[in-house]
Design a protein around this ligand. Structure first.
Ligand SMILES: [Zn+2]
Ligand SMILES: [Zn+2]
Ligand SMILES: [Zn+2]
Length: 340
């Protein structure tokens, strides 16, 4: 039996779930099981007291935690203790007054990450929600960042025109490559180009503004996203080349930013025996901490996200984690929020 369908509100167990499920070998159905629901029949959550904010939906690198086929101590711990496991890195942006719920990146874990937003989304009662999100802001075409779009397609959520903002190269990539072109053709998603310098309005005075980031680009370029609200401004960069590869002045890019949520894939060079550190396509955490230590303070926080399963700071009792926290840095935690 398949798992829960993206956007379904009936979640206690697969047996109790009345939503549309597609079993292997069966033809998918295009007919929604739920009747169209009038706006007045939607279960509208109470307006949040906390105002516009972001919420962490996952902190793991593209492969997730536990990682496929791995029995390292961190993957083992994640298998035996769900509290140590994590979905792939993503953040939600919540605009409570406008009932807006956006996510940055559509990870392979998108369906359960939507469940983490049940308290702030407008829910369709008793069936599949064809518009489960206000929209998606994509960073790039590596597996952890966009494969979840498939959950919105014909065989799963059969979504109704969910807005997707991405770079021009990424929009072109989606429109011209299978299976993503089908989602575009069937209007499950509505991709739009987000130009660096331009902004997407998310409601409640929130805006998202893309920033071009250097990162391995076989299929598309890579964006970071400024997420700004009436109170604070965050910059989300889950994947980037080491800081030495930045042509843009990162310090200038951080002007007016109070929270940097940034690539914490690897902690240090010892983590990857046999690999030349200079060839690793990510800034090491130890380098990032050195680079931004002087910035830390009441007006600037740095949270690491997108941690590879090999990263020792995933273990809350590791000396590396203790050292990182003593220096004032933070490992992002699933469910943690930040007021924007
Ligand atoms: Zn990634
Ligand atoms: Zn592992
Ligand atoms: Zn990547």
């Amino acid at each position: 039996m398949g798992g829960l369908v993206v956007g379904c509100t009936v979640t206690p167990s697969p047996r109790d779930c009345a939503c549309e499920q597609v079993e292997p070998g069966l033809e998918p159905t295009t007919e929604p099981v739920a009747k169209p629901v009038a706006a007045s029949d939607r279960a509208v959550p109470e307006p949040a007291q906390l105002g516009p904010r972001l919420r962490i939906l996952g902190v793991a690198q593209d492969g997730g935690l536990p990682h496929i086929g791995c029995d390292c101590p961190r993957c083992d711990a994640a298998r035996s203790d769900p509290g140590r496991a994590s979905p792939v890195a993503s953040v939600a942006v919540i605009a409570p007054q406008s009932r807006g719920v956006w996510v940055v990146d559509a990870t392979p874990d998108l369906a359960r990450q939507l469940d983490m937003l049940a308290d702030v989304r407008e829910l369709v009662v008793g069936g599949v929600d064809r518009t489960p999100l206000s929209g998606i802001l994509l960073t790039h075409a590596h597996m952890g960042h966009y494969l979840g779009l498939a959950q919105l397609g014909y065989e799963a959520g059969s979504a109704d025109a969910v807005p997707v903002y991405a770079s021009a190269r990424m929009v072109e990539f989606l429109a011209t490559n299978a299976p993503w072109d089908q989602l575009v053709r069937l209007h499950n998603i509505e991709p739009s180009v987000a130009e660096p310098g331009g902004s997407v309005a998310l409601g409640d005075g929130l805006t998202a503004t893309p920033l071009l980031v250097p990162h391995r680009g076989e299929y598309t370029d890579t964006l970071g996203w400024y997420l700004a609200g009436p109170r604070k401004r965050a910059l989300y960069i889950p994947d980037t080349d080491p800081w030495a590869k930045w042509e843009l002045d990162i310090d200038a890019a951080l002007d007016g930013v109070q929270l940097l949520l940034v690539d914490g894939t690897f902690h240090d060079g010892d983590e990857l025996p046999g690999r030349d550190v200079s060839e690793i396509g990510h800034p090491l955490m130890v380098d990032t901490m050195e680079r931004f230590a002087d910035r830390l303070g009441p007006q600037f926080e740095l949270w690491f996200i997108h941690l590879n399963h090999s990263n020792p700071t995933l273990d809350p009792r590791s000396p590396q984690r203790r050292e990182l926290e003593q220096a004032g840095f933070v490992i992002a935690e699933v469910g943690r929020e930040y007021a924007l």
